[in-house]
Design a protein around this ligand. Structure first.
Ligand SMILES: Cc1cc2nc3c(=O)[nH]c(=O)nc-3n(C[C@H](O)[C@H](O)[C@H](O)COP(=O)(O)O)c2cc1C
Length: 160
């Protein structure tokens, strides 16, 4: 079983992805956020994106409860943010991080390449993850720099 898991992980690590930060704001006001690359564009009409969130994610409860989340698409310079939002204590992830209020009050990361403000449209159980489908309320492009890429377990960017 472990061999199967490792093999699957290795195979999927060859699927290069961009890197995002999923954010949400709890009803009591605190921000939650995590690094996520299991993200995809799903539909244009309506505009839908999906994020696969681990059932063990501390941020998942806030996303499902408030039915709201933001997605910030990271640039090549943002590796430290990706590490911070995956590795650091959830309570310390936002310390010193520039935020931008967008749309109907969602916080996204200032300086990201692009962002989306989403309402949870549907969620689906999928093994040890929950597929969260978000309806895009608003989105915007902030920069045209190179993207942060995750490939074979390492961060990089595109070679042009
Ligand atoms: C490059 C990268 C991509 C990740 N993608 C996801 C993802 O798509 N979904 C997810 O649930 N966790 C993903 N993680 C793991 C979470 O970022 C990590 O477990 C985080 O600590 C969860 O935070 P939370 O428990 O506060 O929600 C990823 C981690 C890295 C480094």
């Amino acid at each position: 079983m472990t061999e199967e898991r490792d093999g699957f992980r290795q195979v999927m690590s060859r699927f290069a992805t961009g890197v995002t930060i999923v954010t949400s704001v709890a009803r009591e006001g605190g921000s939650v956020g995590l690094t996520a690359n299991a993200v995809a564009s799903v539909s244009l009409e309506p505009r839908l994106v999906l994020v696969c969130m681990d059932r063990g994610s501390a941020s998942l409860g806030t996303v499902l409860e408030t039915r709201r989340f933001g997605l910030s698409i990271l640039g090549a310079e943002d590796e430290s943010l990706a590490r911070r939002f995956s590795d650091d204590d959830p309570n310390e992830r936002f310390a010193g991080v520039g935020l931008r209020r967008v749309g109907s009050g969602m916080s996204v990361l200032a300086g990201a390449l692009a962002w989306l403000d989403c309402r949870v449209w549907r969620e689906f159980e999928a093994g040890d993850h929950i597929i969260v489908l978000g309806k895009v309320l608003e989105c915007g492009v902030e920069g045209d720099g190179d993207p942060l890429i995750f490939f074979k377990g390492e961060y990089g960017t595109v070679a042009s």
